[in-house]
Design a protein around this ligand. Structure first.
Ligand SMILES: *[C@@H]1O[C@H](CO)[C@@H](O)[C@H](O)[C@H]1NC(C)=O
Ligand SMILES: *[C@@H]1O[C@H](CO)[C@@H](O)[C@H](O)[C@H]1NC(C)=O
Length: 463
């Protein structure tokens, strides 16, 4: 009896599997579909995640998370988001702390009402190899990874991702990212344009770069004035930091293992005054006390009253290390024991930091690709002043006239920041009160910025 009753069920299961496999053949993305993330509130949009192999020989596979647009995904563009580092995760930082649909809070996920998937289909990529859940079975692949390898892998990723998601081929596409993605994004876009000359695959409509490294000396040396004008260093230290040893010199000595006594002296003075209890990525934000505790036992407990959850990264680490979460994401830990925000196994060619990518941005503009450079204005790591100088300089070099003069822009009834546009193609904008990770600390303002960027419109001039 029992076996008879079971038979039809077993057959149905087999048939369903067959059906599923057949479906999966025509829609490979079905295998990557996320049923539900543990603790997530109900949502109406689809999510996918999984691996795309970018090198069959050494089995290098990049992990992605894709959140379709909340409403009418077919009518919305495709946006790739990349975090920097080099070596930090677009899943943990970008998706789960900045502009993704959810943020972890204890055991559950809370809906982010300013998620960028309100405006676009958001694709988050953990890149290069060795970051987050991305891996290579051949560990030699983690050595001497550089900008060239990263850009090539990212390009192969996109080509193969389109095989999984054929519906998104030829969709209007934008690439966005922050920090060291000031290297990744323009370098990838340049390869896409080159690829398009052979076969028109990418329908690239623009790039946006948040607090990006574009030209190392200009970006890094704007730090001294930023520290000084925000009261983080004294007049005399400022003088030393701009004459005796500037920050670009220090960094370039540091990565060559040749720190001079004079730079060492200046930097210890700078570090002493700025203090490690101030977040350099947002000089006004409180540091996450939980994180500080793990690094320093000397702090006495203090009450934290906060409007922004400064510990969101710790929550993300806990969440992404849950077995049930990794199952739901189709993620594997290969060669590492846990998921971390910034890779400890990746050995990146750090001198690539000195490659200027502002010139690549210039090439993109010449190829007709609109570019937005935006700056969280509380960041001292890549301060707005350096980015503004670089954008202005590029506009002059390309002969682009100001099409929107420097002015404020609004979110709601408040100033969201300042903006200037050159030749209707190159835009600069600050995000007022925002950190290095602008969508994390100013999600509402960042969403307004994102929306204007996608539409190719200047930021709101009035309210
Ligand atoms: C791709 O999109 C463009 C418009 O953005 C359109 O002109 C072109 O025909 C499309 N190509 C394919 C192969 O669908
Ligand atoms: C930084 O220091 C280097 C080396 O001393 C020097 O060449 C460069 O001009 C300095 N830059 C600034 C902005 O002070």
């Amino acid at each position: 009896m029992l076996s008879l009753q079971w038979k039809p069920i077993a057959m149905t299961v087999a048939l369903l599997q067959l059906y599923f496999l057949k479906e999966a053949e025509s829609f490979p993305s079905l295998l990557d579909r996320i049923n539900q993330l543990p603790g997530q509130p109900p949502v109406a949009f689809q999510q996918y995640s999984g691996y795309v192999t970018v090198d069959d020989k050494s089995q290098r596979a990049l992990f992605y998370y894709f959140a379709e647009a909340e409403v009418d995904p077919a009518s919305k563009p495709l946006v790739l988001w990349l975090n920097g580092g080099p070596g930090c995760s677009s899943l943990g930082v970008g998706a789960f702390s900045e502009n993704g649909p959810f943020r972890p809070s204890g055991e559950v996920l809370v809906k982010n009402q300013y998620s960028w998937n309100r405006e676009a289909n958001m694709l988050y990529l953990e890149t290069p190899i060795g970051v987050g859940f991305s891996y290579a079975t051949d560990t030699a692949s983690y050595e001497a990874v550089n900008d060239r390898i990263t850009a090539r892998d990212n390009l192969v990723f996109l080509q193969r991702w389109f095989e999984k998601f054929p519906l998104y081929r030829n969709r209007s596409m934008f690439i966005t990212g922050e920090s060291y993605a000031g290297h990744y994004v323009p370098q990838l876009a340049e390869l896409m344009i080159q690829f398009n000359m052979k076969e028109k695959l990418f329908n690239l409509k623009g790039i946006a770069l948040g607090n990006p490294v574009l030209e190392f000396a200009t970006d890094f040396n704007s730090r001294a004035e930023y520290f000084w004008s925000h009261g983080l260093i004294s007049d005399s230290t400022y003088k030393m930091f701009t004459s005796v040893c500037n920050y670009s010199r220090y960094v370039s000595e540091y990565y060559r293992d040749t720190i001079s006594p004079v730079c060492s002296r200046v930097m210890s003075q700078v570090s002493r005054e700025t203090s490690r209890f101030v977040d350099k990525y947002d000089v006004t934000l409180d540091v996450c006390v939980a994180s500080i505790f793990s690094q320093s036992k000397v702090l006495s407990p203090q009450d934290v009253t906060e409007t922004v959850d400064v510990c969101v990264e710790d929550e993300t680490v806990n969440y992404l290390n849950r077995k049930d979460v990794q199952m739901a994401l189709h993620a594997r830990l290969v060669g590492v024991h846990q998921w971390v925000v910034c890779s400890s196994i990746l050995d990146y060619e750090l001198l690539d930091l000195e490659i200027p990518t502002i010139s690549v941005v210039g090439k993109l503009i010449k190829a007709g690709i609109p570019v937005l450079v935006y700056s969280g204005d509380q960041d001292s790591v890549i301060p707005l002043t350096g980015s503004r100088t670089l954008v202005h300089g590029l506009a002059e070099e390309l002969g682009l006239k100001t099409s929107v003069p420097y002015r404020v822009w609004f979110e709601g009834q408040q100033v969201g920041g300042w903006t200037q546009v050159y030749g209707n193609i190159l835009s600069f904008a600050t995000v007022r009160g925002a950190s290095h990770e602008a969508p994390f600390s100013q999600p509402g303002r960042s969403l307004v910025l994102f929306k204007s960027f996608l539409k190719g419109q200047p930021l709101p001039e009035a309210f």
